[in-house]
Ligand binder design. Structure first.
Ligand code: ATP
Ligand code: MG
Length: 428
């Protein structure tokens, strides 16, 4: 048999065996976000294409090569979101959340992102991020808070060996000064630039620093570093940010080449990197984007955020401690029309009475033997057996599937009580 359809290249299904780990990761992240009092927002997956070209910058890989853009039926150019920040900025402006002198906001979102990249381990065309965005606070305190929040997530997930790199991209003015210095440097070495970097030299020279081409590494290593051209304000902001990380006991290294892949960043930038996932080791990246809200037509509003790639984090967790899925407590084996129908009613009653109970009903008929096989495979602790004799006597047989305990007969009326007892004894 050959399937008629395949998923789109680079877009994966997450199957039940993997879902337990996903849910565990998502739960830990959500709990930590709520412990820091961040509030969830849910945003559309599709936005007008220009929102992204405008926010992310058209010399970036994301915009120049990776966007899924299409015309809808009215001819409007739309894009599947490649990241969450631009849409979040649009939403806070459109809904009046940000205004001059207004309160700050600490938000988070989760969902699929789409980039037309070369699919490989840790790099997909549809992938999932959880991100946080904070609006209205200019000081380095929230930058440090975001980093500490992420570090706490890694700790709670039991992940070790995750490196934190930080840098500052300074203010707009400082960046303009630095850009000129950098332009001189790369123009003087133009013969060593790859094709991508040639384009970036014209469009946005800072992007050359973000090149992933190993042949460019030496040239980039020797380029002048922005950190040597800092204005006092940026220097102070960055210094205080680093001090707060020291206070919190979060280790980091300053990487003066860290620029991040999107144009909207200013001041603080950071990345969390692991060596355990091969080439795609960045599990989370973020930074400040103090000019973006204004650039998108909102009031001047300082902002900072991060986003983490869930596929990479789930893979890391799976490598270490895979989370096992949720199994039913009880599997119901029933044979004969009368018994199947009685079992159906009984299960519904038990679900009413015992909301904690996970009870799976046999589906698809079968002999007692076949049903017991399924019961065993389900991972349930007990099989609850109902045949016509049991229905007549208004009882069920409870058989432990994991121990040699004797099968017990329990009156249907007394079942809830019995199951509660088994639970209290941790036998379920
Ligand atoms: P990379 O350097 O890996 O291309 P990026 O700088 O493009 O990452 P960001 O835009 O900062 O990534 O996205 C934040 C996080 O989302 C990344 O650190 C990574 O964990 C994840 N991510 C980005 N692109 C992909 C992808 N194509 N597939 C899976 N995860 C991704
Ligand atoms: Mg990328």
């Amino acid at each position: 048999m050959s399937a008629k359809f395949q998923s789109v290249r680079g877009m994966r299904d997450v199957l039940p065996d993997e879902v337990a780990t996903w849910q565990h990761v998502e739960q830990v992240v959500r709990d930590v976000l709520s412990a820091y009092a961040y509030k969830e927002v849910r945003l559309p997956v599709v936005e007008v294409a220009e929102l992204f070209t405008h926010a992310i910058g058209d010399a970036t890989d994301v915009v120049s090569k990776e966007m899924y853009t299409f015309a809808d039926r009215s001819g409007e150019q739309l894009s599947l979101r490649p990241e969450g920040t631009a849409g979040c900025v649009r939403a806070v402006i459109q809904n009046g959340l940000v205004h001059r002198g207004g309160p700050g906001h600490k938000l988070w979102y989760q969902g699929p992102m789409f980039r037309y990249e070369k699919p490989q381990r840790g790099r997909y065309r549809c992938f999932n991020q959880i991100g946080a965005e904070v609006y209205g606070f200019p000081g380095p305190g929230v930058d440090a808070e975001l980093v500490c929040l992420c570090a706490r997530i890694w700790r709670l997930l039991g992940l070790e060996g995750i490196r934190l790199e930080v840098n500052t991209l300074a203010t707009r003015d400082t960046r303009d000064t630095y850009r000129a210095v950098l332009l001189d440097y790369f123009q003087a070495n133009a013969d060593q630039l790859d094709a991508d970097s040639q384009v970036r030299l014209e469009k946005n020279v800072l992007r050359i620093l973000d090149s992933k081409n190993p042949e460019m590494r030496d040239l980039i290593e020797q380029a002048p570093a922005l950190i040597d051209y800092l204005d006092t304000e940026s220097e102070q902001h960055f210094g205080q940010f680093c001090e707060l990380l020291d206070t919190a006991g979060v280790a980091y290294t300053v990487n003066p080449r860290l620029v991040r892949g999107l144009d909207y960043y200013s001041r603080t930038v950071f990345e969390f990197i692991t060596e355990s996932l091969g080439a795609q080791g960045t599990i989370c990246g973020g930074g400040r984007y103090d000019y973006l809200v204004e650039q998108q037509g909102g009031p001047p509003t300082p902002a900072v955020g991060f986003s983490m790639g869930l596929e990479r984090i789930v893979e890391l967790v799976s490598l270490k401690t895979p989370v096992s899925g949720v199994q039913p407590h009880v599997y119901v084996v029933a044979r004969g029309e009368v018994a199947v129908s009685a079992a159906f009613g009984l299960c519904e009653r038990l679900r009413d009475e015992l909301p904690w109970l996970r009870i799976e009903q046999n589906a698809g008929g079968g002999s007692f033997k076949a049903q017991f096989k399924r019961a065993d495979r389900s991972g349930a602790s007990f099989a609850m057996v109902i045949g016509e004799g049991e229905v007549q006597q208004q009882l069920v047989s409870l058989k432990s599937l994991r121990t040699d305990d004797e099968q017990a007969q329990v009156a249907m009326d007394a079942l809830s009580k019995e199951l509660n007892t088994l639970r209290a004894q941790s036998r379920l």
